[in-house]
Design a protein. Sequence first.
Length: 148
Amino acid sequence: METRREITGIRPGIMSVTVIFAALCLTVFAVLSLMTAKNEANQAEKAVTALTEYYEADGQCAAFIRGLYRLWKSGADLQELKEEAEEQGGACREGDGVLTVNYTSVIDNARQIDISVEIGGSFEVVKWQTVSRGDWTPDEKLNLWDGE
């Protein structure tokens, strides 16, 4: 009669394969989670930077307007207002007893805030707008299939 030899050691069975597969899956999911968290942190940092830059530029515009408004309220004439605005970096245009003051505050390389104020019998902010600093060029190339 034949005797059976006992095999010792680790035998790869279905349980071992399942455990190895589960460990690999958990490792892959852990790496994906880490990468996602890192990307979201980078996006949040970019958003914070963009908002900070925007509100700094917005604050500069508000300070410019506030200075002109205080001077106008104190009874200054249009010439004094024009001199103050130009000293602070504004561009002025006079016509029909109304002084139009334009001011620009740069947000970043791509955006700026443009404001415009009309000063005469009243003090009116007519424009407060975020605009692009770059020239826009449309993409006129259409890669369409012509049937051939």
